[in-house]
Write a protein that binds this ligand. Sequence first.
Ligand code: SAM
Length: 265
Amino acid sequence: MDLLSIQLSKRLKTLADYVPDGARFVDVGTDHAYIPIYLATTSNVKSLIATDVAKGPIESAKQNVQQYQLADRISIRLGNGLMPVMPGEVDTVLIAGMGGHTAVEILASSKKVVDSVHKLILQPMNASHLVRRYLDTNGFHLQTETVIEEDGRFYEMIVAGRILDIDQEQLQPDIAYEKFRFSQNILQFAYEFGPLLLNNPTSSFVSMMKQTRDKWINLRENIAKSDSSRAVMRQETVKTQIQIMDDWLKNVEERLADDEWNRTR
Ligand SMILES: C[S@@+](CC[C@H](N)C(=O)[O-])C[C@H]1O[C@@H](n2cnc3c(N)ncnc32)[C@H](O)[C@@H]1O
């Protein structure tokens, strides 16, 4: 087999491109190990680890790595999250294709490993607000946020960095949230959709947001069927978030219309 022939999907290729040259890299929940294989054959990463919690994916990763004759370059390890990684062993972590709650659990339960990491590349399948809140409250600063569309589905990608060797007290708040911190509801909105994306919206991002709006409208209607005090509170929260979203969408649509008008003048 040709060593350089692995073809990544648009989602995986976008994620792989965020891994810097010279990285000591781990792909958590690797499944097929496609990204480590791609990096081993196309980039200058220093070291590559692929972990997975399940035996089936580990077997499939091993088979693929052997097929590409990369067993000496990629260390495949069975275990939960970052548990199979030693503190100081990696500086770049990828967690992709799992829920935001799981991604945060993985990071929070391996604090010593995370303390020696300066880049996190995260692609949660849901609950990205939990991921952003974790990053914001653990000294990570957002570097890039992207939404890509593949096979009719939107994928959010979040890249964050942290300066090492600073005391917890010296950690500076992420400037990306500066204009969102004046109210808890607005900060929650920024955790949901991403401050960098809200500041520089792409058409995929706006489409994803409209899709989320539809889901929230449905959710609000479902919650309205219950009159428990918890449901009433939840309904208020969802209503507020939809209102903030509608204001933001109106603003962006006006801005885009102005840009279009200026371009065609
Ligand atoms: C949908 S696949 C995603 C594979 C690959 N990361 C991608 O983005 O295409 C999710 C993988 O994460 C693994 N996984 C789920 N929870 C995990 C955890 N806590 N630690 C390590 N791996 C986990 C699963 O076994 C599965 O192989």
